[in-house]
Design a protein around this ligand. Structure first.
Ligand code: ATP
Ligand code: MG
Length: 205
């Protein structure tokens, strides 16, 4: 780099650092956060699981609730239920066992299963030792009217101060987006499936 270019680069970096440092200084609130990961692209559930790993790594007590995925023999379930998984005593998992709703197409059975799982999850919203609750694919429960979104909003508002919540699923409701502290929308640019590549163990489940 020429001396001029290098000097301009250093000045830009110095200004950038000042802006970042000022923001860091302003961020003084310590509390749990509500994160929504929505959109049609791949990466919502796996992003939530990445955060779960991070939280478990710090020894936090966590709860993973998976709606509509009960019949999938997914890698994460295998991992956490393996007796050699040292962190599994820090993690509670609940799964709705009817599988995908568009497979079962039984409104009453699915609604009952969703409500049972929700009731199990609800207990953790009043447990200050539980630092993270993941509600994977819960957005569909509101879309199909299996659960009442106001129950979730109330639980979130009354939760312990240091508890964080992650909500995943397409089409997150406006109320959840407004309530959340962090919202990411994952946009599909390409997906292997559209090129005829089969869903793969270890990648898709
Ligand atoms: P992942 O669990 O891989 O993070 P996701 O949670 O973002 O995916 P879901 O809507 O829950 O996505 O769908 C789960 C499955 O559908 C995964 O196997 C994923 O690879 C696949 N999938 C996600 N987005 C797309 C897409 N845009 N086109 C085709 N398949 C997709
Ligand atoms: Mg998902």
């Amino acid at each position: 780099m020429s001396t001029d270019k290098s000097q301009r680069h250093n000045e830009r970096m110095k200004r950038h650092k000042e802006v970042v440092d000022a923001k860091i200084e302003q961020a003084t609130i310590e509390r749990g956060v509500v994160i929504v990961i929505t959109g049609n692209g791949k990466g919502k559930t796996t992003s939530a699981l990445g955060t779960l790993l991070r939280s478990l790594g710090h020894g936090h007590q966590c709860t993973l609730v998976q709606f509509i995925k009960g019949q999938w023999d997914c890698g994460e379930s295998r991992f956490f239920s393996d007796p050699s998984c040292a962190l599994s005593d820090k993690l509670q998992t609940f799964t709705m066992d009817t599988g995908f709703t568009w497979n079962t197409q039984d409104f009453d059975t699915d609604k009952q299963a969703a409500q049972e799982v929700w009731q199990q999850a609800l207990a953790y919203f009043s447990d200050p030792d539980c630092r993270l609750i993941i509600l994977d694919e819960i957005t569909y429960m509101f879309k199909y009217r299996y659960l009442d979104i106001n129950d979730l909003i109330q639980a979130i508002q009354n939760r312990p101060e240091q508890q964080s919540i992650i909500i995943t699923g397409r089409g997150a409701a406006r109320e959840l987006i407004e309530l959340a502290d962090t919202v990411s929308e994952i946009q599909p640019i390409k997906h292997a499936f559209n090129q005829g590549i089969k869903a793969q163990e270890g990648i898709e489940w």
